[in-house]
Each structure stands twice: as structure tokens, then as C-alpha cells.
Unconditional design. Structure first.
Length: 482
């Protein structure tokens, strides 16, 4: 062997990448040390390889005897009567790409206006979709001594009675390691956890469910946001895999924590908005119906006193005037009360549609307050989800209320149109150019939430020529954009 041939042979031997030669039938005729190590088996000369006997490059799956599946990136080139193959193990790289993709999908899902349970079910599915995790649970815990809530679970099949069975295990005194992660705010890693659980009679109520997925090791990752631990993500790893990588699981737990925290903040905001709306309705009742009823009572007393002074009937003209005033007050009070009840639950939406409901609302506001409210619509009826229309109605109601309360306006205009697949509604006034007490007002928050619930856009601000404008655009299902 020449010196150059010896150098080439040494180079092949020390290469960290797999190098092999295949005969015309795809059987190994030579493997360097790295190739034998990557393939995880000895004595492969003469055995068929996983690589095709055509020139090219790709990724192929390979599972050595008694080992775990690997992904091999390879390149094949023709040489004499056979082919030479270069290959390397890209399993971890591929898994890392899967994890990054999963994190990106979950991050996008958390920002969408889906329900919390839907979001966390999606997070659980994304975690299980990675190659080395067999099952996942996402739990929220308010009190470690009370019942937990499972908001996301994947890999266990249908298990509606999991919480009930888990409670029985706790009552028996089972060692619950994920509660350690919750209490300490740090991850808990337990190799070979399944064997321990399946052999422990204290876990017997959950044996059937816990035996469904093929798993071995266990990691409990706390869900922490703004310094508070909200729950844990339990990951069950497939046999033969060391629990990890923990950075991926930690990222998914962070996203789950953000989803739980955001849902809590939105619930608080909605509660404050509902309380604010109730207070507004209470003020309207006091300022209109209650005052009118008080006047009716006083007018009735006057009428009674006149009859007491003159049992014979008194002056008919004076009695008629008092009766007519009493009838007028009762008619106005009834109209105001009907309008306030309508604002609580606009039944006309289903019968007459959004446009007519807004026109009725505008007429009621004009009658009660004297504010001139004009409604312009490019059609008489909006086709769409009734809940969507009710949210749009509430936005208009809140915007008009803000005009009455804050703007000092003489007129307001409500525009309704369908444009490019969106329902677009604008409420504009000629007042002082102020909204509901600033951009952080609960009224604006409530309006924005209602619009974003349907994937819509919301804007509010002063008009260039004076006054204030509220604009909302909500996609209408079934309305194709031009």
C-alpha cells in the first residue's frame, strides 16, 4: 500500500461520519468504525443496509437490534460495481426542529382567542407529537390539598374519571411527585417511574389508565408566571429515552402558564366590565324610570287630595289635567323601562336583526337624553351569527353611552356596512373628543374584547375635525372578501 493509500485509509478510519461501501445488491462490503457505531451493530458486512443503491441524498430511518430508532442523513454515489455511502445521525437535530416548530405553533395558539381548555389540549398534543414523549398532562392547582384540574391531556386515551381515580390514590396515601414540583417551583425528574407506580398498590385505582401509554421516565415541570406557580406539566417519556430535553418542556410549560394567567386576567376584566355595565344601568334606572315613578306617586297624591277635599268629584278639568299628566308619566316610564330591559337582552336581534335593533336603541337614547342619533346602513339586515351580532350591538351601546356620558355632544352618527367580508360599524360624535375616561377605561376594554373575540379589529380616538370615533370591523362567516 502506498503512502497516499495509507493516508486515505487512516482518514476513513478516523472520520466521525459513517462511511460504507455497498455491493450491487445493497449489502455492506465495508464500514468504517464510525459507521459501525452509528448503525449500532457489529458484523454488518454482508448484511443489507438501509440505503438505496441509487445515487442521491435523503434521510432514512434505522432501528438497530435492541436499540431505539435513529434518523440517518445520507449521500450515495456510484463507484465501480457498487456504491459508496456517507451518512450521519441527525435524530437529535430533527427532534430539535420538531420541538421548535411545536413551540412556535403553541405560541401562536396562546395569542388566539380560543378557550383555555382548547388551548391547553393543543399544547398537550404538540408535546406528545415530539418523538420521545408518550403522554402529557397539564394540571392547574389552586390548593395542593384540594382537587386538581386537568385542562390538557394527551396520550392516555379517553379518561374522564382520571381526577376521581387520582383522588382515591391520594386518599390511600400514594406518593405524588408532581406536587413536589408545584410546592418547590422546580422541576422533578424521576427515571423508571412507571415500574414504581405499577408495582405500588396505593396507585391501584389508576393502574389501568397509567398502563395505557408505553412510558418509563417522568418529569413534572412547574408552570410559573409572574412569580406564581399555577400548576404543572407532567411528561411521560418513552422507554429507552432519558427524560429530556428539559428546555423544550420548560418552554411549553411557560406557554401553558401564560395561557392560564391570560385567561384569569380576561375573566377579571370581564367581571369588572359587567359590574361597570350594571352600575351604568342602575344609574340609568335612577335617572329615568325611578324619577318618573316618583313623579307619578306625587301626582297620584295630588289627585287623591283633590278627591279628599271634594268627595263630589271637584273640578273635572283639573282632575283631567292631573290624570293626563299621570298617564304621560307612566307611558314615558314604561318606554324607558322597556329600553333598559332591551339593553339587558336585545330580543329584537333575532326577530328584526342587528340594523333594526341599533335603530331602536338609537331612538330610545334620543328620547331619553335629547341626543340626536342618526343611523346609516348599507343594508336592512346583517346575516351572521346571533352571538356575534349581540357583541356588535353591545359595542354600539357602550359607545353611544360614552357619547352621552363623556362627550358633551349634540349629535352622534352610527354607520353600519359590510366591506370586504367584514361587518364595519362606526360611532362618531361632534363632542369634546374624549372617550370613556382615557384609553384604559373599562368601556373601551370591554368593546375591544368583544371585537377580538370574533377575530375583529377595534379602534377608538379623536376625529381630526373634532369629536370622537369608535370603529369596529368583524369578519362575517360566509362573506367572501373581494
Amino acid at each position: 500500500m502506498t503512502g497516499r493509500e495509507q493516508d486515505a485509509s487512516a482518514l476513513v478510519d478516523v472520520s466521525a461520519d459513517g462511511l460504507a461501501v455497498l455491493d450491487a445488491h445493497g449489502r455492506f462490503t465495508f464500514l468504517n468504525a464510525a459507521a459501525a457505531h452509528l448503525l449500532g451493530a457489529a458484523g454488518l458486512v454482508g448484511a443489507p443496509g438501509p440505503f438505496p443503491v441509487t445515487s442521491g441524498e435523503a434521510i432514512v430511518a434505522w432501528t438497530p437490534p435492541g436499540g431505539r430508532a435513529r434518523e440517518l442523513e445520507y449521500r450515495v454515489a456510484a463507484s465501480g460495481n457498487g456504491h459508496v455511502v456517507w451518512f450521519r445521525d441527525v435524530t437529535d437535530v430533527a427532534h430539535q426542529q420538531e420541538r421548535l416548530t411545536a413551540i412556535a405553533r403553541v405560541a401562536a395558539g396562546v395569542t388566539e382567542s380560543a378557550s383555555l381548555s382548547q388551548t391547553l389540549e393543543a399544547v398537550a398534543r404538540e408535546i406528545v407529537a415530539t418523538a420521545n414523549i408518550a403522554a402529557v398532562q397539564i394540571l392547574t392547582i389552586d390548593d395542593p390539598n384540594a382537587d386538581l384540574r386537568i385542562l390538557g391531556m394527551a396520550g392516555f386515551g379517553v379518561a374522564p374519571d382520571f381526577v376521581e381515580r387520582f383522588a382515591r390514590c391520594r386518599a390511600l396515601g400514594a406518593d405524588v411527585r408532581f406536587l413536589d414540583a408545584f410546592a418547590a417551583g422546580t422541576r422533578v425528574v424521576v427515571p423508571h417511574r412507571k415500574a414504581v407506580i405499577m408495582a405500588d398498590p396505593l396507585w391501584a385505582p389508576l393502574h389501568e389508565i397509567m398502563d395505557r401509554p408505553d412510558w418509563d421516565g417522568f418529569v413534572a415541570m412547574p408552570m410559573i408566571v409572574r412569580g406564581r406557580t399555577l400548576g404543572v406539566v407532567n411528561a411521560y417519556f418513552v422507554p429507552g429515552e432519558e427524560p429530556g430535553p428539559l428546555a423544550f418542556l420548560e418552554a411549553m410549560a411557560d406557554h401553558a402558564a401564560i395561557a392560564v394567567d391570560t385567561a384569569g386576567l380576561l375573566a377579571q376584566t370581564r367581571t369588572r366590565a359587567r359590574s361597570d355595565e350594571r352600575r351604568r344601568l342602575a344609574r340609568d334606572l335612577h335617572d329615568s324610570v325611578v324619577q318618573q315613578l316618583f313623579s307619578m306617586r306625587m301626582q297620584a297624591r295630588v289627585l287623591r287630595n283633590q278627591l279628599d277635599r271634594d268627595p263630589g268629584g271637584g273640578d273635572p278639568a283639573r282632575l283631567r289635567i292631573a290624570a293626563e299628566e299621570l298617564a304621560s308619566l307612566s307611558s314615558t316610564a314604561l318606554a324607558d323601562l322597556r329600553q333598559l330591559v332591551f339593553e339587558l337582552r336585545p330580543l329584537e336581534l333575532e326577530e328584526r336583526g342587528l340594523v333594526e335593533a341599533i335603530r331602536g336603541q338609537a331612538a330610545g337614547v334620543q328620547a331619553r337624553t335629547g341626543l340626536t342619533v342618526d343611523v346609516h346602513a348599507d343594508r336592512d339586515r346583517i346575516e351572521g351569527d346571533l352571538d356575534l351580532q349581540e357583541d356588535v350591538y353591545r359595542i354600539v351601546s357602550e359607545a353611544v353611552h360614552n357619547v352621552v356620558k363623556h362627550a358633551g355632544a349634540a349629535t352622534a352618527e352610527i354607520g353600519i356596512a359590510v366591506d370586504d367580508g367584514d361587518l364595519v360599524v362606526e360611532v362618531a360624535d361632534d363632542g369634546a373628543g374624549t372617550g370613556s375616561g382615557g384609553s384604559g377605561g373599562l368601556g373601551l376594554v370591554s368593546m375591544r374584547e368583544r371585537a377580538e373575540r370574533w377575530g375583529g379589529r377595534f379602534a377608538a380616538g379623536p376625529r381630526p375635525g373634532g369629536g370622537w370615533t369608535v370603529r369596529v370591523a368583524v369578519p362575517l362567516p360566509g362573506q367572501a372578501a373581494s
